[in-house]
Ligand binder design. Sequence first.
Ligand code: SAM
Length: 286
Amino acid sequence: MFDSPQPARPGTLHIVATPIGNLRDLSLHALDVLRTADLVAAEDTRTSQALLAAWGIQARLTALHEHNEVSGAARLVEELRAGRSVAYISDAGTPGISDPGARLVAAVRAAGLPVSPIPGASAVAAALSVAGLEGPWLFVGFLPAKPAARRKALADLAALPFALVFYESPHRIEECVADLAAELGPARAILFARELSKRFEQVHRCPLGEAAAWLAEDDNHRRGEFVLVLDPPPPVAEDGLGEARRVLETLLEELPVKQAAHLAARLTGARKNALYDLALAMKKGN
Ligand code: SAM
């Protein structure tokens, strides 16, 4: 444990987490490093300049974003080789988490130089900290923007025995939630973690079947930045199909095999192929 200021180390790349809302999300350790680094590389120098100015930090800034990350990384490796200390910050939160940073880290590592994390805010961790989940979770980040690709991604994720965590922007929140309800079923719970650490922070949990109505009831519910946390699917029985078997039985009374399997998969999150095989077996009276 260190309790004295920890300046940036020579020849080391520091990956520094910055605020996701409140400027005071920045840690004392991050302040130490940003104040003393020879060079601060930033996803957007104007955004970061505002943060640094708010904390009275004068830094030598350089831009490193997704469009110049490879060439920029080569430049920074040279700075590190020359013994200079470098800090990398993205626009908000932790670099490398749905943000640039991974390719820079890989390049510095490949050059045999040290990389040190300066931990702090990340929207995924903040949302999980108020989700009240005990089990494992899978961080997906942003879903594909195109509807067909998004639904395919969700269909692949639906039956995994984990809570799922997504990032989403206000532009796509409604279509994303509609697809979540269609692919994961209306019973699964969703937690909206909106504008965390900001003035209009809001955390709301409801079944997916009620999520569209919640978004529609107030314009503010659709504004700002979102983390979406989905409960894991309900536990399955020995044959892995559990509740889905009962749902399928009922649907088969009214629908052909393919439709019943498809609908049961959407309602329960169980795998469509497994339900199709089960439905065929049920029809044959097995
Ligand atoms: N690197 C960042 C991190 O560690 O959280 C994430 C950057 S990603 C480009 C931006 C997305 O993160 C937003 O679209 C939103 O989904 C989520 N996000 C960032 N800040 C947030 C906040 N204050 N509240 C809720 N979600 C946030």
